[in-house]
Ligand binder design. Structure first.
Ligand SMILES: [Fe+2]
Ligand SMILES: [Fe+2]
Length: 155
């Protein structure tokens, strides 16, 4: 599948940030995130925006009702994105589809635990940080592996 040995997916292995990518509580778009597949890139940008809105709302002291509805929006959009991405993978006959689907399901299961967390801002920020790191690594390694697969078939 073309992963470098140090990029093999472990349970969670934080990536080194590519040069020029700023550290932040939110995900900030950077050319490294581009897969070159327009629909996927657009959805990733929207996920970054929803995640950023959520983090800012937590930091600004938004009501639990607001935070809850924002978290649900983020989860709903992530579900839509995962579904679209998996559908595109199936269409292209991507060999890593099953593995990729398992990764999506794993994040979904983790985020679903949000409901069971005490409704404290610190816990919400911890989950938001986990989602940020997960998305960063997932896009840079896994989604881009699919993009490479698509490109290699297109030549
Ligand atoms: Fe993905
Ligand atoms: Fe993705």
């Amino acid at each position: 599948m073309g992963h470098d040995a140090d990029m093999e997916p472990g349970p969670f292995t934080p990536l080194r940030r590519p040069p020029g990518m700023p550290p932040a509580a939110c995900l900030i778009w950077h050319p490294s995130y581009e897969t070159g597949i327009e629909r996927i890139d657009e959805q990733h940008r929207s996920l970054f925006a929803l995640h950023g809105d959520f983090v800012h709302a937590v930091e600004r002291g938004g009501s639990i009702h607001l935070l809850d509805s924002m978290a649900r929006d983020l989860i709903r959009y992530a579900d839509l994105h995962f579904h679209d991405e998996e559908e595109a993978m199936a269409r292209f006959g991507y060999t890593g589809l099953d593995r990729h689907r398992t990764l999506h399901t794993g994040l979904r299961a983790t985020v679903a635990r949000l409901d069971r967390l005490p409704q404290e801002r610190t816990s919400l920020l911890v989950v938001a940080e986990f989602v940020k790191l997960w998305m960063r690594e997932h896009i840079l390694v896994e989604d881009r592996d699919f993009a490479r697969f698509v490109r290699s078939g297109a030549t």
